[in-house]
Design a protein around this ligand. Structure first.
Ligand SMILES: [Mn+2]
Length: 354
């Protein structure tokens, strides 16, 4: 197991790598290029510069999150061929600089959805929340609210240029149902997994957040059966998962521990996002502090399910609250994620010595 933290690069992240280096137990950062348009090839010189920065700070960068998938691939348009060829080249370029895992998602339009970016907890800390009532309004209104509450930071998957055309994007997905989206995912995987096998990279799909349909959009990474279908679509270890405990747990019907156990045993979890959430009622929730007592997940059981079933991939605390007056990109403050790291490593050490 290798403990990492996400880092958005020198332009996009106000947290210096030197500070991440000082969090005990963190050996690497999870990064990405944010100035390459979705669908284009990631140039070698930019990848080199990015990864060198991590190395110069004494950290590895073996996981990339995310190389996003162009909408034409998800919709299944003829132009997907060009974008798939570009994706294959990006995989080769990343492998050249030591990248081992690529996290991605296959969600139409939105990479994730929250309705409150500054939800105040009883202790005065700020977190993100999702309440169904928050999306029972017009699409434009919801998009506007998320963009306005991002504290001036570009949120991953919520690029304002792209979302300015949100109505147009929705129209393009009009005829894409779950079955077609799934077929388009399999088509993509059949094209890229052989390249991954050749260069030693593992793909790791992130579950839908939230793991059910919103605004009538199709969803195909929601639960155990979806994950099983994806693993079988191309039966290769290179075709794997980013197991995000928070996203999976946002549907109370999902048995997070059983999913962790099954897919760790099957050697398909290459990357784990570990966070706790607190269900408020039905499917409404907020992202709580990591320890078990603050959320709805038993974090000892989460770590045990990974550890006892042979998980040896990369792990990171997913999001953190804003505490101690810190401000910045919602979900990605340094302090609470650092607390998450030490807590998760403490659990890991305990279960390792049993
Ligand atoms: Mn996640």
């Amino acid at each position: 197991m290798q403990m990492t933290m996400r880092w958005f690069g020198p332009e996009e992240d106000k947290i210096p790598l030197e500070h991440i280096r000082q969090v005990p137990g963190v050996t690497g950062v999870v990064g990405a290029l944010y100035d390459v348009p979705v669908g284009e090839v990631w140039p070698k010189e930019k990848i080199k510069a990015l990864i060198e920065q991590a190395h110069n700070a004494g950290l590895t960068m073996e996981v990339i999150e995310s190389v996003n998938i162009h909408d034409d691939i998800k919709i299944g348009l003829p132009s997907r061929e060009r974008y798939i060829a570009n994706y294959q080249q990006t995989i080769r370029n990343l492998a050249d600089f030591g990248v081992k895992v690529i996290c991605y998602n296959f969600m139409p339009v939105f990479d994730w959805m929250k309705t409150d970016m500054n939800y105040v907890l009883p202790d005065g800390s700020l977190t993100m929340a999702f309440e169904k009532a928050g999306i029972d309004k017009s699409l434009d209104e919801v998009v506007k609210e998320v963009l306005e509450n991002s504290n001036g930071f570009a949120l991953p998957g919520w690029e304002p240029e792209r979302l300015a055309k949100v109505q147009e994007l929705f129209a393009k997905y009009q005829d894409v149902d779950d079955a077609l989206l799934r077929e388009n995912l399999a088509y993509f995987l059949r094209a890229i997994i052989p390249v991954c096998e050749e260069v030693g990279v593992k793909m790791a799909i992130h579950p839908d957040d939230p793991p059910y349909s919103i605004f009538g959009l199709p969803r195909v990474v929601k639960n155990r059966d979806d994950l099983d279908w994806i693993c079988n679509a191309v039966d290769s270890e290179a075709n794997g998962l980013t197991l995000c405990t928070g996203s999976i747990a946002e549907d109370p019907e999902n048995d997070v521990y059983a999913i962790l156990k099954e897919f760790s045993s099957r050697k398909r979890i290459h990357f784990a996002h570990v966070r706790n959430i607190k269900i408020i009622k039905d499917k409404d929730f907020y992202e709580s502090a990591h320890p078990t007592q603050y959320g709805s997940l038993n974090m000892l059981k989460v770590i045990k399910s990974l550890h006892d079933n042979g998980f040896d991939g990369y792990i990171r605390p997913d999001h953190g609250r804003f505490i101690w007056g810190e401000t910045g990109r919602p979900g990605y403050g340094l302090y609470d994620r650092a607390l998450g790291v030490t807590y998760l490593l403490g659990l890991w050490e305990a279960v390792s010595q049993h």
